[in-house]
Design a protein around this ligand. Structure first.
Ligand code: SF4
Ligand code: SF4
Length: 107
């Protein structure tokens, strides 16, 4: 199997529709049949976004994505935290494909 086929197979296996059927215990969203984002073809490969800035306690987005936003609360150590709940970027097939291509090309 060539690299392109591997990538398309990974993308296919990690689609919400496939993974929730094959691995129902892997995420509470599968068990409750409630995807974490409302979108046509949610992909779970980048469940944790690689662009989230973990170097700061309040978080942030390394690509300055306009779909993220600050959540403010006096209870938080920094008074705010970066909230990605409205961002679908890491769950789009094109994003996963681009990241996998970059990863394999750098190997
Ligand atoms: S992206 Fe993560 S949290 Fe969202 S449905 Fe998939 S596995 Fe669950
Ligand atoms: S705003 Fe989007 S791209 Fe940025 S860290 Fe959050 S999920 Fe990732």
């Amino acid at each position: 199997m060539n690299l392109k086929n591997h990538i398309s197979q990974i993308i296919s296996e990690f689609s919400y529709k496939v993974r929730s059927k094959k691995h129902p215990d892997a995420c509470i969203c599968y068990q409750q049949n409630k995807p974490c984002h409302k979108m046509d073809d949610l992909n779970c490969f980048l469940c944790y976004c690689p662009f989230y800035d973990t170097s700061k306690e309040e978080g942030g987005c390394k690509r300055n994505c306009k779909d993220g936003k600050w959540f403010y609360s006096e209870k938080l150590p920094k008074g705010k935290i970066w909230d990605c709940s409205d961002c679908t970027y890491p769950h789009e097939k094109a994003t996963v494909k681009g990241i996998l291509e970059e990863f394999f090309n750098n190997k």
